[in-house]
Write a new protein. Structure first.
Length: 393
């Protein structure tokens, strides 16, 4: 949803003078028959009511102007301000496409000298973000292999991809989830997979760890048509700060796997910016990769881009407490930016708190479009092409 507002204040004497000087010509240009009848019924206070409606029309125009395709084609009488049985004002839109409008709230008042109107309009989307069939989105990182999707996975996927305008990657984070990601991707042409062992899923047993790493490499090598990267891999000192050395070893070993298979990597990093960058600087990643759900960290983003990596943003950039999101978004060149959901986690505004799914990537794209002052269509195209490029799809 998108909220837009308009406020206007006007001197009552200005409207009174216009009516007295221009008469019906002015009235019939600005007001509908119903509005004129209502205002005339107020007798001694009719000018206050005419002025209040004039201010309301101005406020409505201000609120709607960015959501009207051709704002110069509308006229004053297309915004009709009426009153219900209890005298409360409401807006009737004539010759205006209301498909995008969810609700209009209006308040009007007047004193001896001025009339004031305040309009709030709840829209389904901004005009520039109007849904179009040719907008194709690519969620570069999701977890449809998560058990939270077990009950309705196929139904959800079929609903998302029904118009063939959606693609996404489902990412592995341990051996079993990697197998599941590949299984899902093999069922749908629009879905790709990654496989890897995340820093939060490292087996405790040394022998088991090396066995799983070998299986991850075999999985990727035997499913080249669908596996587009090794990941998610990296460092996480937020959840696991006791095994930093092991995390680094596993991270580096999977970089080697990616290099042997000529694949990029998908990086998970949390509270480990310095060490993550150090590993990447000391260990060449031939096909580079993506910082998935990239932390909003200035140093990380600048250094990652310098190293040739892509930055993928997820739901947190839409959160109301995300103070530096716009700055972080604009640190990323257009040719290095991706979008993702990390679903079922981190649902973006305005669906925060629900089970996330790939279709919600549109809210991430919209936030980036607003931050970069670009259209949703342009951001969808840019991020899709970037995803194709890094994953060689």
């Amino acid at each position: 949803m998108f909220v837009t507002c308009g406020v206007d204040i006007i001197e009552i004497d200005r409207i009174k003078s216009s009516i007295e000087e221009l008469g019906e010509h002015f009235l019939n240009k600005i007001y509908t028959k119903k509005e004129i009848e209502y205002c005339e019924s107020k007798k001694a206070q009719k000018y206050q009511h005419y002025a209040a409606r004039f201010a309301a029309k101005e406020a409505i125009f201000k609120a709607l102007s960015q959501n009207i395709d051709d704002k110069y084609s509308i006229c004053w009488k297309d915004f009709e301000v009426l009153n219900d049985e209890k005298g409360r004002p409401y807006v009737q839109l004539n010759r205006v496409n209301t498909e995008n409008i969810e609700n209009i709230d209006i308040s009007i008042s007047h004193c001896k000298q001025y009339a004031i109107a305040n309009v709030t309009i709840l829209c389904k989307y901004t005009f520039r973000d109007k849904p179009q069939m040719d907008i194709k989105l690519f969620d570069s990182h999701s977890h449809l292999n998560d058990e939270k999707f077990d009950e309705d996975r196929d139904k959800l996927i079929n609903e998302i991809i029904k118009n063939d305008n959606f693609e996404f990657v489902t990412a592995g984070y341990n051996l079993e989830s990697s197998k599941k990601a590949i299984e899902i991707s093999n069922k749908y042409k629009n879905i790709y997979a990654t496989c890897g062992i995340s820093p939060n899923d490292i087996p405790q047993n040394e022998d088991e760890l090396w066995k799983e790493l070998k299986e991850i490499e075999d999985l990727a090598e035997n499913n080249k048509e669908k596996v587009v990267a090794i990941g998610e891999i990296g460092l996480d000192y937020y959840w696991n700060s006791e095994n930093k050395d092991i995390q680094k070893r596993v991270f580096i070993e999977q970089i080697k796997i990616a290099n042997r298979l000529n694949l990029p990597i998908v990086i998970h990093t949390r509270d480990a910016v310095t060490d993550t960058l150090q590993v990447l600087k000391e260990n060449e990643v031939i096909k580079k990769g993506v910082f998935h759900c990239c932390p909003q960290n200035r140093e990380l983003i600048k250094e990652a881009v310098k190293l040739g990596f892509y930055i993928s943003f997820a739901g947190p950039i839409t959160f109301k407490n995300s103070k530096n999101a716009i700055e972080m978004i604009n640190l990323v060149p257009n040719d290095k930016i991706l979008i993702e959901t990390d679903s079922p986690y981190l649902a973006p505004e305005p669906v925060r708190g629900t089970r996330n799914n790939p279709s919600n990537v549109k809210f991430v794209a919209r936030k980036i479009a607003d931050a970069k002052n670009m259209s949703l269509e342009d951001i969808a195209k840019i991020t899709r092409e970037n995803t194709y490029r890094i994953f060689e799809i």
